[in-house]
Design a protein. Structure first.
Length: 523
C-alpha cells in the first residue's frame, strides 16, 4: 500500500467519495491500515531476546532451510494492527445482518455469561464423569427440550454443525437399511429447493443423488417425487422451510409416501428458527433432522465456528443413532460410549467425533430456551416470519419477487435481478449496499432463481431498523433500474474497492511478496 506526497491512495476512492484527502489515508476514526508485513520487519522481533546458542539439530531433514519470513512487531503494534482491522469488519453488533439462510440474529449476552461460568468454560473432555455431573445434566436437559420441541424420539448431541448433522442422519438411515437387508437402496432424492449441502452429504455417504424439480410456486413437485419412489430409493432429503423461504405444505403427504415405499425422510432443520414453537417436525413424519443451535438458539454464528448441530431421530432410527449419549442412571448422569444389546442405540453406527460436542453451545442454547419459555419461542418464529414478510411486501414493488404471489414467505424474503436495467446485476446491488453501511444479503442463492437476493431479517430487528434497511435497498435497486453507472464501480466508501472476484477465487494470491518501491507504486 503506497502513499504519494499528496496523500492520495488510488484504492481509497475517486470524485464520488470526497474530494478532500489526508496525508495518512485515514478518514477521521476510519483508520487506514497496511499489511502486517509492511508494518514490521523480518529482521527484528518485538522483544529483546538473547542470541540462541548453536546446538545440534534434532530435526534431520525436517529442519527449516530458509527464514520463516514473519514480521517482528512490538505488542502495541500488534494490538493496534488487529484492532484497526476489526474496525473494518461488519458484525451483528453494528447493524442488521441481512444474510439469507444464515439466521444472523442478536446473541443475548445472558447466554454468553452462562457459558463463561466456572465449571462450564474450563471443562476438559477427559474429565472424570463424577466431576462433570452439572455439565452432563445441561446436555441431558437440552436434549429433552430439543426432543420436546420437535416431537421426535431421541437426539444425538455430538454433531458439530449443520452438514455434520446431515451426515449423522444419513449414516443412521444407511445403518437402518443395512439392518433390514436393504443395502441395495442407493438413491437419495433431493428437491431443487433443498440446501446445497444436502446432495454433497448424500454423495459423501455413498449414495447416488437424483434431483426432484420445483413447482412454479417454489415448492417440491410432490407428484414428481412420488413417481420416482421405488425399491432403489433410500430416502429423501428435504429442507423445510426451504431455501426459497417457503413452507413445504405437502411434507406430511411426502413422508407418508416415502415410508410406504420403504424409505426414510431426512429434514434439513437449518431453518428451524422460522417454525420453532409452532411446528413439530415429528408430526410431519420426519425421521431425522439436524438443528443448528448456532442459528435457532442464538449461539455465535459465523467465523468458522464454533457450531453445534444436534440431530433428532424418530423411533425407527433411534437404535442407529451415534455414540456417545448422556443417560441418567440411579440418580447420576453417565456418558454411554458402548453399544449394549437390547438397550437404547443397540445398533449404533458408531461415533461422529472423538468427544461429545460443543459444551459452550449447549450452555448457550439451554439458556436461550429457558429464558424464552414456550411462549417466547413461539414468538421468536412469529416475529421472524412477520419481519420477513414486511421486507418482502415493502420491496416487491421495486425488486422482482419470483415467488411473491405464492402467499406469505417464512423467515426470508427472496428477490431477483430480473427487472434491473440492462448490464446491471445482483452483484451491483450487493456492492451498493456496502456503501449504505450494510453487509450484503445472500446473493445468487438459491440456485433455482437467477440473480437471487435472499434476505433474512430475523426476529431481533425493530421496525425502525427494518425501515432503514428497506430504504437503503430500495434506493440502490432504483439506481440499478435507472442505469446509474456509478453503481457499477461500488463500493466507493469501503476501505477497499471492488475486486475481480472471479479472478480472486481462481487465482488467489496466497503469499505476500515485497511491494514495489514507493515511487514506482505511486505512479
Amino acid at each position: 500500500m503506497s502513499v504519494n506526497q499528496s496523500g492520495w491512495r488510488p484504492e481509497m476512492g475517486d470524485a464520488t467519495t470526497n474530494a478532500r484527502t489526508t496525508f495518512t489515508g485515514n478518514r477521521a476514526l476510519m483508520l487506514e491500515e497496511a499489511l502486517i508485513f509492511e508494518i514490521g520487519s523480518t529482521e527484528t522481533t518485538g522483544v529483546d531476546i538473547d542470541e540462541v546458542p548453536t546446538v545440534a539439530s534434532r530435526l534431520g531433514n525436517h529442519a527449516r532451510t530458509s527464514p520463516i519470513g514473519l514480521p517482528g512487531l512490538s505488542e502495541p503494534e500488534a494490538v493496534r494492527h488487529y484492532t484497526r482491522l476489526s474496525r473494518q469488519n461488519y458484525a451483528i453488533d453494528l447493524g442488521l445482518f441481512p444474510l439469507g439462510s444464515c439466521t444472523m440474529k442478536h446473541n443475548p449476552r445472558l447466554n454468553e455469561r452462562m457459558a463463561r461460568l466456572p465449571g462450564f468454560a474450563d471443562l476438559h473432555p477427559l474429565g472424570p464423569i463424577d466431576t462433570v455431573q452439572g455439565a452432563l445434566e445441561v446436555i441431558h436437559q437440552l436434549a429433552h427440550w430439543l426432543v420436546t420441541l420437535t416431537n421426535m424420539d431421541s437426539v444425538a448431541m455430538s454433531p458439530k454443525a449443520g452438514a455434520h448433522g446431515e451426515l449423522c442422519g444419513i449414516l443412521a438411515i444407511k445403518a437402518a437399511l443395512e439392518k433390514r437387508g436393504e443395502g441395495h437402496r442407493k438413491i437419495i432424492l433431493v428437491p431443487e429447493s433443498a440446501h446445497g449441502t444436502n446432495p454433497a452429504t448424500a454423495a459423501f455417504a455413498g449414495f447416488k443423488v437424483e434431483d426432484i424439480p420445483a413447482t412454479p410456486d417454489g415448492r417440491v413437485d410432490t407428484q414428481a417425487l412420488k413417481d420416482r419412489l421405488g425399491p432403489d430409493v433410500a430416502g429423501v432429503m428435504i429442507t423445510n422451510p426451504n431455501t426459497c423461504g417457503l413452507f413445504e405444505r405437502d411434507l406430511k403427504d411426502i413422508s407418508d409416501a416415502v415410508h410406504a415405499a420403504g424409505g426414510y425422510v431426512y429434514c434439513d432443520g437449518a431453518n428451524f428458527n422460522a417454525i420453532v414453537g409452532r411446528v413439530r417436525p415429528g408430526d410431519l413424519g420426519v425421521d431425522a433432522m439436524h438443528i443448528n443451535l448456532h442459528k435457532t438458539f442464538s449461539t455465535p454464528h459465523g467465523g468458522g465456528g464454533p457450531g453445534s448441530g444436534p440431530v433428532v431421530f424418530s423411533k425407527a432410527l433411534t437404535p442407529f443413532a451415534p455414540l456417545p449419549f448422556v443417560e441418567q442412571q440411579d440418580g447420576k448422569f453417565v456418558l454411554v460410549e458402548e453399544e449394549t444389546a437390547g438397550e437404547h442405540h443397540a445398533d449404533s453406527f458408531g461415533r461422529m467425533v472423538a468427544f461429545h460436542g460443543q459444551m459452550g453451545m449447549f450452555t448457550r442454547a439451554l439458556s436461550y430456551i429457558l429464558s424464552h419459555g414456550a411462549d417466547g419461542l413461539k414468538q421468536v418464529s412469529e416475529d421472524a416470519v412477520l419481519n420477513a414478510n414486511y421486507v418482502l411486501r415493502s420491496l416487491d414493488d421495486t425488486l422482482d419477487a419470483p415467488f411473491g404471489q405464492s402467499g406469505p414467505c417464512m423467515h426470508e424474503a427472496l428477490f431477483s435481478d430480473a427487472n434491473l436495467a440492462d448490464g446491471f446485476s445482483t452483484l451491483d446491488v450487493a456492492k451498493g449496499l456496502i456503501d449504505e453501511g450494510y453487509h450484503p444479503m445472500t446473493v445468487y442463492f438459491p440456485l433455482v432463481v437467477h440473480g437471487a437476493m435472499l434476505v433474512e431479517p430475523t426476529e431481533t430487528e425493530s421496525k425502525a431498523a427494518l425501515d432503514q434497511f428497506i430504504g437503503a435497498l430500495r434506493s440502490v435497486a432504483e439506481r440499478a433500474k435507472a442505469g446509474d453507472q456509478d453503481l457499477k464501480s461500488a463500493p466507493h466508501f469501503a476501505p477497499r474497492r471492488r475486486l475481480d472476484e472471479t479472478l480472486a477465487a481462481r487465482k488467489p494470491v496466497l503469499a505476500w511478496k515485497d511491494a514495489l518501491p514507493t515511487a514506482e507504486a505511486a505512479e
